[in-house]
Design a protein around this ligand. Sequence first.
Ligand code: PGA
Length: 248
Amino acid sequence: MSSNRCLIAGNWKMNGILEEALDFLGELECNPAPEHVEIALMPPFTLLHSLCEPLNEKDVRLGAQNVYYEPRGAFTGSISPLMLRDAGCQYVILGHSERRDIMAESNKQLSSKLAAAWAAGLEPILCIGEHLEERENGTTNAVLKKQLAILEDVDGSAALTLAYEPVWAIGTGKTASPEQVTETHAFIHQELQRLGHDCRVLYGGSVNPGNAEALMGCPGVEGALVGGASLKADSFMQIVKAAAKAVS
Ligand code: PGA
């Protein structure tokens, strides 16, 4: 893991109401953040405004879990990049497998979202990952390569973080082994280099306090996108500490 690029980002998904978020914040002891580790939280849209300032005070960056690509207008139920900036977001997760699979988000939509996020000054955390069947039939790299092709015509200087999340490891308690993670991250870094991007690559998928140190210690892993274990301040901070240990 390169020492100044580590990010631990908590993806709360569709979890969290204000009372729970305030309890979480009360228990979150992370200021100052450990050296070389950046911390970010992606709560649901409804909490962005309320959490912006308290998170800022704790030196935690704010992000959203999705965005629409139009700047404004008649798009009932959608949130624009400008609105995310207005709520204090620095990051936005894009292409999460739950959006690709459950909400049928297409690559075309994803491309538009990336462009819109960049235009508004947001840093996308672009998720890629293979399904179990693809891992088992040996097509993981081909799947990742196809997902990364979205970056083909993108300027390499665009602010970007990548998250490798094997779909079979998300919310299942199964994690990729350190060997699988090392091998896959090496492939992703190689592809990114070919595409002219030098962005950090996080691992995601059932990261928890028990496996964080081993996963964060894998070559080419520069942080984690954490779902379930980010809902409790204590387990989230244990993962932050494990990352700090791995980069030290
Ligand atoms: P999980 O989720 O840590 O609960 O597996 C990770 C993610 O989907 O980003």
